[in-house]
Design a protein around this ligand. Structure first.
Ligand code: GLP
Length: 213
């Protein structure tokens, strides 16, 4: 695994958006694994900025979002809403190519098997979760419905108990993975994920075993 330390979140946004655009440029029908959350906001803003300048074509790009709350997708608190607001409404993506895990999570898993993810972007929860794979999730887990921890509900400021998430194995099957973190509140968990032993208690620690993270 490679660790890149950049100056600030603007530098991170520039770097990650460039990597995303580069993949789309080289492979116009690539498959992107996308995340939501405050970490992704500067990245999507930068990506949209670069898209407007370069006019890169997203019409054949397929996307799989990592996770979603078990609520209606048109709810303003949903991750569908977030993605539309920051990215999908601003690029020429084909709505048919957008996927989110939902109650038909087996189908989602099958779809990913048919279209393996070229690049998976991840954030990290303060407790080390990736997607909504909370501490204790099996490294062999696949896409499923999960119960959210009290700490995640508090940090995310939501009151829903359940969500759907790609599993850890699903994530690990991606060809390339970039986990992004910034801010003091993420420092402790990043240190743990990088330095402590690889354990299901720290879901993000498994990324150290990935061949291209
Ligand atoms: C959330 C999501 C993750 C996200 C992470 C970090 O709970 N399930 O997909 O990456 O936690 O969120 P943020 O970027 O807002 O800190």
């Amino acid at each position: 695994m490679k660790v890149l330390i950049l100056k600030n979140k603007n530098e991170i946004a520039k770097k990650v958006s460039e990597i995303i655009l580069d993949i789309v440029r080289k492979k116009p029908n690539c498959v992107l694994g996308l995340a939501s959350g405050k970490t992704m906001v500067p990245i999507y803003k930068e990506l949209v900025k670069k898209y407007k300048k370069s006019g890169i074509d997203f019409s054949n790009v397929k996307t799989f979002n990592l996770d979603e709350y078990a609520i209606k997708e048109n709810d303003r608190r949903s991750l569908h809403y977030f993605m539309n607001k920051y990215l999908f409404s601003k690029i020429n993506i084909n709505k048919k190519n957008i996927n989110f895990p939902n109650s038909k999570f087996k189908k989602y898993e099958e779809e990913i098997k048919k279209s393996p993810i070229d690049l998976q972007i991840l954030g990290i929860g303060n407790n080390g979760h990736i997607g909504f794979n909370e501490p204790g999730s099996s490294f062999k887990s696949v896409t499923r419905k999960v119960k959210l921890s009290e700490s995640t509900k508090k940090v995310n400021n939501v009151f829903f108990d359940y969500a759907y998430t790609a599993g850890i194995k699903t994530i690990m099957n991606s060809k390339k993975i970039i986990l992004v973190a910034f801010g003091k509140d993420k420092a402790e968990i990043i240190k743990k994920a990088l330095k402590e032993k690889i354990t299901e208690k720290i879901p993000a620690s498994i990324l150290r075993k990935h061949r291209n993270a």
